[in-house]
Design a binder for this molecule. Structure first.
Ligand SMILES: CC(C)(COP(=O)(O)OP(=O)(O)OC[C@H]1O[C@@H](n2cnc3c(N)ncnc32)[C@H](O)[C@@H]1OP(=O)(O)O)[C@@H](O)C(=O)NCCC(=O)NCCS
Length: 142
């Protein structure tokens, strides 16, 4: 498995895996979002690719500038293809994301994870992440 930075050509697999994550999106919409993300120096997407070129996971990380705390990295999305879980690929994507965040000067990396993802919370705890808050998420159409 190779970890590499995303390219526009990955849009189809990103969309397919986003669907598994519970965020179905048309490939064209993902392509347009990815184009904007690729222009942002404070944002990175890494993909995990098998030797045959098949993409089996991705991680999306952003640097957030806030008034209330020092800048920090935040994992905006992470998914490994359900057929390829439990082989250390998620951990490798996290390692790469953390390395990038440190190079960008971040001292903390943050992730919000839906309360229903109990297994995923064990995964993060195994990797040294500590639960610091429980929140409600609010949304309003504009
Ligand atoms: C969470 C997820 C990214 C983990 O990826 P993965 O490639 O399966 O995980 P890894 O194989 O790298 O596991 C790394 C460590 O976490 C542990 N781990 C992984 N999944 C686990 C689970 N379901 N329960 C308990 N421990 C788990 C592994 O055992 C491993 O620890 P070890 O080295 O001591 O054995 C993947 O399961 C996934 O895509 N889940 C659904 C989507 C999701 O929840 N995304 C995150 C949203 S915030």
């Amino acid at each position: 498995v190779t970890i590499r930075a995303v390219s526009a050509a990955d849009s189809g697999r990103i969309a397919a895996l986003a669907h598994q994550l519970g965020y179905p999106s048309p490939v064209e919409a993902v392509r347009a979002r990815l184009a904007r993300i690729l222009e942002d120096d404070n944002r990175i997407v890494y993909v995990a690719e098998l030797a045959d070129g098949h993409t089996v996971g991705w991680i999306d990380v952003a640097i957030h500038q806030l008034l209330i705390v020092e800048q920090r990295a935040e994992i905006e999305g992470l998914i490994i293809d359900e057929k390829h879980r439990g082989h250390g690929i998620g951990q490798r994507l996290i390692d790469q994301a953390e390395t990038w965040a440190k190079e960008k000067g971040c001292k903390t990396i943050y992730v919000r994870s839906n309360i229903i993802r109990g297994d995923t919370h064990v995964f993060y705890k195994n990797l040294g992440y500590r639960n610091v808050k429980t929140q409600l998420a609010f949304q309003k159409p504009l």
